[in-house]
Design a protein around this ligand. Sequence first.
Ligand code: GTP
Ligand code: MG
Length: 149
Amino acid sequence: IEKSFVMMKPDAVSRRLIGKIMSRFEEKGLQLIAVKLLQVDEELASQHYGEHKDKPFFSGLVDYITSSPSLAMVIKGDDCISVIRKIVGATNPKEADLGTIRGDFAMDTGRNIIHASDSPSSAEREINLFFNSNEIFDYEISDQGWIYE
Ligand code: GTP
Ligand code: MG
């Protein structure tokens, strides 16, 4: 069972989309095991998006991510890293399939409302960057036999 780091960016929170976006993950059968509202600061943004530090869009990305509170989460489920990337959709919301979060709720790459880890190693790194171990919960939900064979 995998864990992924997912974050609703400032536009998602400020556009009051938290409930709608959270429903997509819950309805799929994934399990929320950590959540917090936080204002990402410049240092955390630079660490989180360190792989993009030399890209032309980096300073705009940091301004966007630090502009207002975000909702950070850890989500658990079978193959959830790739499943969640599919639910989130392509980086450019204009190209993202309808039915995906970005395809349904966003217009611009620079305002694409949500982040999701892209590999097991980035998931582990990002979860540790945003959460202490005592903020992540291990609990049973009774419907698992209806979700997994
Ligand atoms: P994340 O889940 O946020 O990491 O998005 P991603 O994995 O789909 O894309 P990537 O890691 O390549 O880029 C990280 C974020 O930088 C994107 O989600 C965008 O918010 C932003 N970004 C990427 N490319 C561009 C670009 O060409 N222009 C602008 N303005 N922003 C970009
Ligand atoms: Mg990425």
